[in-house]
Design a protein around this ligand. Sequence first.
Ligand code: ADP
Ligand code: MG
Length: 819
Amino acid sequence: MTDHCGKTTDLPLHADEAEGLLRSVLKPLLFASSDDFHHLKTIKSIEPFMRSFVSKASVLFPGGACAGLLASFKAQMDGFDSCDDEARTTRLKNAIEIIDRLMKALPGVLPVVSDDSANKPQNLKASIAALGTPVERVKGVGPKLGEMLRRKGISTVEDLLYFVPARYEDRSSLKRIKELVTGESASVSGEILAMGEVRYGRRKVYEIVVGSEGQMLKLKWFHYRESYMKLRFKAGQRLIIYGTVSAYGAQKEIIHPDIETLDDSADAAVTEGIVPVYSQVETIHPKTMRKIMKNCVDAYAGYALGAVSESVIKSYGLMTVYSAFKEAHLPTGEGMAELARKSLAFDELFILETGLAIKRQGVRKEPGIEFRPDGTLEVRLRALFPYKLTGAQERVLAEIKADMTSAHPMNRLVQGDVGSGKTIVSLIAALSAVESGYQAAIMAPTEILAEQHYLTIHSYAESLGIRASLLTASVKTAARKSALALIKNGEVDLIVGTHALIQKDVEFKRLGLAVVDEQHRFGVVQRASLKKKGFGPAPDMLIMTATPIPRTLSMTVFGDLEVSIIDELPPGRKPIYTKVIRESERQKAYEVIRKELKEGHQCYIVYPLVDESEELSLKDATTMKEHLQKDVFADSRLGLLHGRLSGPEKEQVMRDFKERRLDILVATTVLEVGVDVPNASVILIEHAERFGLAQLHQLRGRVGRGERRSICLLLAQWSNSDDTLKRLKVMEATNDGFKIAEEDLLIRGPGDFLGTRQSGLPEFRSASLLTDLSLLKNARHEAMILLAKDPGLNHDGSLFLRHLLNARWADRLELAEIG
Ligand code: ADP
Ligand code: MG
């Protein structure tokens, strides 16, 4: 391999070590350059650090052009600290460029080439016009097929190019009938020997028998139209058949196969070698689809717009978007199609990551509030709080304070597993705001939770001489009116509430900090509405979640937020013993509950929310509560909690449970978030199979909050054929919210994982949030490097990127038009 340094011998001797060293120096450089060089001012002295880097690096990069690069790096850094801002900006850009080149010269990474010259204004215009061509104009499409494609969401040439094959068939390795193995999917060819409708008892089945080399294979359809079958297939026709092989006695067969007919020899051209198979668009024949695609690629792929520069593409061993479209639709060899997909995915992810970085940059440029708390309230609160904060709580708190005392608005997501102690952290943050003369608002997703927060906060606030108030939907007329007036006049400091906080008539005098608790229950819009309640400067936002968010999602959906993680539980917490049980073990479960109750502990029994409607679960919970009270736990006191209760009713039930006037709380999923009763030691979840894992984890987190080793029983129904049991077993295996979230994401996919309330999920055409984590990390890295060099995306090389960013993400990310 040769690299831009010239000879192979220039390569550093210890690549891993070299990479680590380069990354260690890149980090502060990127920090200094981030937000359009905003942080440059905060950096006082980096020369000593850079000198020590250069001396270490000169050992690892001995001689050759790499040493030359290192020398010019040194030149950028010599005297850096005493330069003015402008010179420092230029030097910083150069320095980052040099380090990036050195990184790309490391083994395993391909050589850096000069930037592409294709990225020119005149090309941009032509490209946009070509890619926007209506799909009907592609050769072979026309009005009729055009309609069908449009119904599938494909209306332009660009849409068509991104309609990549669902799979590929290697026709050069077509199986022979005798080679077929039951249970495996395969492609096979044969000639139609006989066909027609056959009766099996009452059931009608359409069958085609194909043969080759004296072997026979049966194809069967249970759903078909006879007229269509007769029209499509003729005896003597040659077929290419794809499907899963099964056996009926000794006869091999394929049920509902994918079929392609080979009518004439001309077809051989498009049906040999590796053949793309598109997901079916209405009645468009697979062969027609392939021809259309070939025409489209031939005529238009050359106009494809890629956002990533050629040098970056090469450094990751990927293809240009142009080649990727060609290889995706007409692969020239093994592995090319996957490489093409990855290349398209990288391009998509890079655009998104650039947009997110720009958004973070924009947020930080908004005028914010520099809080100046003197810390007395915090000291007094800590004295009242019965525990010492954990190391993780302290660390996250320090991150929050750093944001709050800086001039730009905070936009921070705190992730902490259930029970990790997020409330106290947010409360200390709120006190800092109050002490600095601002109001703080805490928004929770349910009344129960808001009321619980309010109770906790209220008791502290009183001792600290702070005015707190509660605003929920069940705070009615007169009380609401006076609360609104207090908030507007600045006569309360700390306001706890639900969605009621973002109603139109709520006005704050000086909102400084907005906390959103259990953010997964809110949508992006609601977060934004709370933020808009500021009085001028944007309030600091602190967003908390107990649903651990897998990396791919936090880097995309929440990519505009800084992330803090409370990755430690308060001491003494024991893992919750979890068991999946069947209906037949119900009595045993009741025994377990009785035993816990006897020892003075309390219990939850939970019913699922079905289809977002509470009707059914309400019925379940209500009837079961009566039954349990009468027939099972006659000596215990049972309470019922569900969403239809009024605010005060709910509060009453919760308080009764908290203060041990109830032994068992029968509840719907309103229990899910935040409820905190340390004496509860067992939770029984009915119909556990209907819950997502993340939600089960949340529910389970209602116990295990005290000293006692707690128990979670998941009562479920499953059959051997589904994967319910396997899924629920994850709960038995781990108490780690992150692991559970990753599993849940894999099982349910990103959309369901985030739930319908989250509208922030980006739609990708090639990238997958399940498998592309490393592509995503690289895309993020490259986006940051690019913005360091070209913060306003003004260079010619950023032209396509800017266009694509505006076209694809500007609305979604609420970016003001770029450029
Ligand atoms: P979550 O992160 O799920 O919102 P909470 O803030 O409700 O967790 O805290 C869970 C429980 O842990 C509460 O009873 C709280 O008082 C307690 N707690 C919080 N921090 C600590 C700590 N550092 N040490 C011991 N207990 C703590
Ligand atoms: Mg909480």
